[in-house]
Design a protein. Sequence first.
Length: 212
Amino acid sequence: MFNHKTQSLADQIFERLEADILIGKYPYGTLLTETALSDELGVSRTPVREALSRLEQENLVLDTKKGMQVLGITENDLKDIYEIRLMLEGMAVAKFIENLTEEKLAILREILDFQEFYGGKHDSERVIYKDSEFHESIYKNCGSPILCQTLLPLHKKVVKFRKASIEHTGRTEKSINEHKALYNAIALRNTDLAIKLVHEHILNAKKSIMEG
């Protein structure tokens, strides 16, 4: 289940539990205990304890006398996340264009092509995965570790809600088309247009999730 060669066991457990919380496997109020998780995941309690501590730092769980209570993401959290993305993601796109290379552009194009491919097959899970990759590629290659460290975890935290949005509001095609337009602006190195488009994309995603 876990690959001990790529990253620490605690890191892998953290990512597994984080994803499970965000997709709703562990709903709000669920109590997570070291013993139960150790048995479920087939690992010792020490890496589970480390992972739970990190989840507490991310405000995804709350320490109680009986165990870690799942908090997940609230509607107010979502509003705050989108407000922060509106303020910072345009900056990330601008810096991405400043540091743009043909290799970085080709990676973004490949991600977009795969997203369109999976969209045509109505594979919402892979569409969401490629949607995340598209934004994360911009964060990771914008030349600002601080922006990346700020935006990356925020983007991950809306996974559950983005999945519901894409599955139930027909957002897939619109999202892909917005990515295409953003990619074209980036390829032309049109910073003003790219910032405008990424703001529109974030607002549309927010509206789809909050009103969907």
